[in-house]
Design a protein around this ligand. Structure first.
Ligand SMILES: O=C(O)CCC(=O)C(=O)O
Ligand SMILES: [Fe+2]
Length: 315
């Protein structure tokens, strides 16, 4: 889908904590970081030097540890130990140039949703923060432009819709699938979530679209209509809402507020360039929610595998 991309955006992509070391932030600086994150949706800090374990420790201490529980894996002897820690995902081609195309799953627009459909009681509109730490950056993307990750402001996307369209979407919910493929014969966990969601801290309305495997209520048995609904809505969003492209510098850590920001990775030539980036996703369970002491309950539904549309693996 064609769309406009900008490198300066009125809300997304603000640099924070200039000349700070993430490992040595004061309470006040952590508070500022979070405040900027909720306000700006995407913020970044530059010139960091961290190991994977340090990044994870920072994530835990700052936000909580709701989604860090992935199974420990044995270390890969071909990858620098400093890049490895359970719960920290390595993006790119850390073993060097390769014919294999890395991270294709991330090229489509999506909200990350690791664990969320599976975690009982956890709303997909939770204060889910993703940190992406760029260690080695390809000189350019496949398009010959600087290497970027693209972001869409879903508050702006909501505001750019016609009032009538907004009202119509306010009464619609979609089922979202876990990004993890079920084993054969297993039910596909689905989570029902309103398309228009209200931010837990700022109270702003935004669109929550998940990814193109989402199914509007009433279209459970017609995957083609569901796909068409999603594509048309997303096309309208892209036509009206410019994407912010974060141009990577080595040492950047980009944080995004996954509840009201969508993102897409940009392909690069892994035969010619190396990319190493570390990614940690975590729900902020330390932030004081205004007027809400417990997470809102969102139903978990399951459907048998045979009816499920093809799962595209997105996180
Ligand atoms: O590769 C990127 O820039 C984005 C990665 C991504 O979407 C993810 O890991 O969830
Ligand atoms: Fe992602």
């Amino acid at each position: 889908m064609e769309h406009k991309t900008v490198q300066q955006h009125p809300r997304l992509g603000t640099e924070v904590l200039q000349d700070c070391n993430l490992m040595e932030l004061t309470e006040q600086q952590v508070h500022e970081l979070k405040k900027s994150l909720w306000e700006h949706g995407v913020v970044f800090i530059r010139k960091q030097h961290l190991t994977a374990s340090q990044l994870k420790e920072f994530a835990k201490q700052t936000f909580g540890d709701v989604t860090l529980g992935s199974q420990p894996k044995p270390n890969d002897p071909e990858i620098d130990l400093d890049l490895q820690s359970s719960g920290v995902f390595i993006l790119g081609n850390p073993k060097g140039y390769t014919e294999k195309i890395p991270d294709k799953f991330a090229w489509q627009w999506h909200h990350d949703k690791d664990h969320l459909p599976l975690t009982e009681g956890l709303d997909m509109n939770a204060l889910y923060v993703v940190m992406l730490y760029g260690i080695e950056i390809p000189e350019q993307g496949a398009d010959g432009q600087p290497h970027t990750t693209a972001f869409l402001d879903m508050i702006e996307a909501y505001n750019n819709l016609q009032p009538e369209h907004q009202r119509q979407l306010e009464t619609t919910s979609m089922y979202h699938q876990s990004p993890t493929s079920p084993k054969s014969g297993e039910d596909v966990p689905m989570k029902l979530h309103p398309i228009v969601s209200t931010h837990k801290v700022t109270g702003q309305k935004g669109l929550y679209l998940g990814s193109d495997t989402a199914i509007p209520v009433g279209m459970e048995k017609s995957p083609d209509s569901a796909k068409q609904f999603w594509q048309e809505l997303f096309q309208t969003v892209l036509e009206r809402t410019p994407a912010y492209a974060h141009v990577w510098q080595s040492g950047d850590i980009v944080f995004w507020d996954n509840s009201q920001v969508m993102h897409a990775g940009i392909p690069y030539n892994s035969n010619k360039y190396k990319r190493v980036a570390l990614r940690v996703g975590v729900v902020d369970n330390t932030y004081e929610l205004q007027g809400e002491s417990t997470p809102r309950h969102v139903n978990v539904h399951t459907r048998p595998t045979p009816n499920a549309p093809l799962l595209s693996k997105k996180s």
